[in-house]
Write a protein that binds this ligand. Structure first.
Ligand SMILES: Nc1ncnc2c1ncn2[C@@H]1O[C@H](COP(=O)(O)OP(=O)(O)OP(=O)(O)O)[C@@H](O)[C@H]1O
Length: 486
C-alpha cells in the first residue's frame, strides 16, 4: 500500500534522506527507528507530502502521492505529529471534529450523524470524552497527545503516520494507545507507520522495523533481526544487552549503565557472610547476586542480596507456601523482594559448607541434606512424604562472572554430583529399593557476583564445572553423614 523507491530529500541541497527503499503492506504495523538526527521525522514528512522528494518516488496504493489533492490524501492518510505547543484555543471536541473535514464535500457541509458517530467512537477509544468541552491548551501533554490521535482516527485513514506517539504518555496510556493501534491494524486493516525511540515498545508492537542510520536504511526486517546487540551498538553507539521478553516472544534491549559508584569494588562471598541459626541459615551479600533458583520465594532468574534456608517442622503443610514464606521473611526482617527463600525440615546445624578456591575458580557451596524422601528420579511416582526430614538444598555462589549457559550447566553438574554422592552412600528410594538420585523436594540455587573472572561454561569439562562437581559431591556427603549421625 505504501512504496518508497530510491527516495532522497531534505531541507537544503544536501539531502537528509538518501536512497531509501521500502514497502509497507496493508494492515502492517511498521516501525521506524534510528538515533537522533538520523532523518526519521524528515522521512515521515516526505511520506505525508510536506517535504518533496528530490529524487525517487513515494506511492500510495500504486499512485504517486503528488497526484493526490490535499483533501484526497487526507482521506487516505492521517498524521500524528510530534507534540508541539498548540496556541489555539479550540475545544477538544472541535479539534477532533476537524478530522472529519476530509470527508466533507464542501466547506459548509453540515455535520452528519455518521460524523457524530465517528467522533464519539474515537473520543471513547482515546478516553477523552470527559474533556470534550475543555480547550486543548488546558490539557496535559499526554491528554493533548490523545486528542490529536483521536483527530487522526476521525479521518478514518487507510494509513496512519505517527511520530513518537507515546511521547508524553504515562505507562498505562502508552500501552492503551499501542493496543488500540494494534487492534485497528489487525481488526480494521489500518496500516501504521510509526517512529519509535523506545526500542522495546517497537519490538512489542511492530511487525517490521526500519533502522535508519545517517539518512540511509541500515536494515529492514522483523524485530528479532533488527534488534541485535551488534546492530544497535553500531547505529546508536551504545552498549546494550538483548533479552527475551518474559511473556511475549519478542526481544527486549537493556541499557548497560557505566559503573560510577562503589558497586565496582570486588566482593568474595564466603563463610563470614553465612549465619546459621536454629530457625534459618542466612547469607547476606554486600552486593546483589544474580540468582537462578527453585526457591519458594525469589525463584527463577533475579538479583538478590539475601539467601534464606529456613527450618520448618517435618509435618509442615501449607496450601500456599509462597505466601506463608513471604510472611515469614517479612516477620523476620528480610525484604522478600531481595531474598531467595527455601525451606527444609533438617536440622540446620548439620549444614555443610566450604569456600572452594581452585584453578582460578572461587565457589562458596552450602548444602543441607536429609534423605527421608530419597527418590529414584527414573522411577518416581510424584510427591512422597515420610515422617523423617528429606530435602537436599544446595546453594552454589560463584565469585565470578558467568553466562546464562554456565548457570544451566552448573545446575546440571551439581545434580550429577549430588546423585553420585547418594549412590556412593547407598541411599535408596524406599518404595523401589533402587539407588536414589535426590529427594522429592530438593531445591537448588546458583548465584554469582558477576564480577571478576569470566566463566562461559560450567559443564564437567571446565574448571568451574570441576569445582562445582567436587564441592557438591563432598558437601552433600558431609551433610548426609551429619544427618544420619543425628
Ligand atoms: N526544518 C529543518 N531545516 C533544516 N534542517 C532540518 C530541519 N529539520 C531537521 N533538520 C535536520 O535534518 C536532520 C534530520 O532531522 P530529523 O528531525 O529528521 O531527525 P530525527 O531522526 O527525526 O531526529 P530525532 O530523533 O531527534 O527526532 C538533522 O540533521 C536536522 O538538523
Amino acid at each position: 500500500m505504501l512504496d518508497l523507491e530510491y527516495v532522497s530529500g531534505g531541507y537544503t541541497e544536501h539531502p537528509v534522506i538518501n536512497d531509501v527503499n521500502f514497502s509497507v503492506s496493508p494492515g502492517e504495523f511498521f516501525g521506524i527507528l534510528g538515533p537522533n538526527g538520523s532523518g526519521k521525522t524528515t522521512l515521515l514528512k516526505m511520506i505525508s507530502g510536506i517535504i518533496p522528494c528530490t529524487s525517487g518516488t513515494i506511492q500510495l496504493n500504486k499512485r504517486d502521492i503528488n497526484e493526490f489533492s490535499r483533501k484526497m490524501l487526507a482521506k487516505r492518510m492521517a498524521v500524528l505529529p510530534q507534540l508541539t505547543a498548540h496556541a489555539f484555543a479550540y475545544t477538544v471536541r472541535e479539534t477532533v471534529a476537524l478530522g472529519r473535514y476530509a470527508h466533507h464535500q464542501g466547506f459548509f457541509q453540515s455535520w452528519t450523524s455518521e460524523d457524530e458517530r465517528v467522533l464519539q467512537t474515537v473520543m471513547e477509544q482515546t478516553n477523552i470524552t470527559v474533556f470534550q468541552h475543555q480547550t486543548v491548551q488546558q490539557l496535559s501533554g499526554g491528554e493533548q497527545q490523545r486528542v490529536f490521535l483521536a483527530q487522526a482516527l476521525a479521518q478514518q485513514p487507510d494509513l496512519l503516520l505517527l511520530d513518537e506517539p507515546t511521547n508524553h504518555l504515562d505507562l498505562a496510556y502508552q500501552k492503551n494507545l499501542l493496543d488500540l493501534l494494534k487492534k485497528e491494524v489487525s481488526q480494521e486493516g489500518l496500516t501504521v507507520v510509526s517512529i519509535f525511540h523506545d526500542l522495546n515498545l517497537a519490538s512489542l508492537y511492530c511487525d517490521r522495523l526500519l533502522l535508519l542510520h545517517e539518512g540511509r536504511e541500515r536494515v529492514i526486517h522483523t524485530p528479532d533481526s533488527v534488534l541485535t546487540e551488534d546492530l544497535i551498538k553500531e547505529v546508536y553507539k551504545t552498549n546494550v544487552t538483548r533479552y527475551p521478553h518474559p511473556a511475549v516472544a519478542k526481544p527486549q534491549m537493556h541499557l548497560l549503565p557505566e559503573k560510577v559508584d562503589g558497586s565496582a569494588r570486588t566482593v568474595t562471598i564466603g563463610p563470614s557472610m553465612l549465619n546459621i541459626k536454629e530457625a534459618h541459615i542466612t547469607l547476606t551479600s554486600p552486593i546483589p547476586l544474580r540468582t537462578l533458583s527453585s526457591g519458594v520465594c525469589g525463584s527463577g532468574i533475579g538479583w538478590h542480596n539475601t539467601l534464606v534456608n529456613r527450618h520448618v517442622p517435618d509435618d509442615y503443610d501449607c496450601s500456599d507456601p509462597e505466601a506463608e514464606m513471604q510472611q515469614y521473611l517479612e516477620t523476620n526482617g528480610f525484604d522478600p523482594a531481595q531474598t531467595v527463600g527455601m525451606m527444609t525440615a533438617v536440622q540446620l546445624a548439620d549444614a555443610a559448607y566450604s569456600l572452594w578456591e581452585k584453578d582460578g575458580v572461587s565457589l562458596f557451596t552450602v548444602v543441607t541434606a536429609g534423605v527421608g524422601n530419597a527418590t529414584d528420579s527414573a522411577r518416581s511416582v510424584g510427591m512422597t512424604h515420610s515422617a523423617t526430614p528429606g530435602t537436599i538444598n544446595i546453594w552454589l555462589i560463584i565469585n565470578g562472572h558467568v553466562t546464562d549457559e554456565a548457570y544451566i550447566q552448573a545446575i546440571m553438574t551439581a545434580t550429577e554430583a549430588k546423585a553420585q554422592a547418594l549412590r556412593e552412600m547407598d541411599i535408596k528410594d524406599k518404595r523401589t529399593n533402587t539407588i536414589a538420585t535426590g529427594t522429592s523436594t530438593d531445591s537448588i540455587l546458583v548465584a554469582s557476583t558477576q564480577q571478576g573472572g569470566h566463566s562461559p561454561y560450567a559443564g564437567t569439562a571446565t574448571k568451574l564445572g570441576h569445582v562445582i562437581g567436587q564441592s557438591v559431591y563432598s558437601e552433600t556427603k558431609k551433610a548426609i553423614t551429619r544427618y544420619q549421625a543425628r
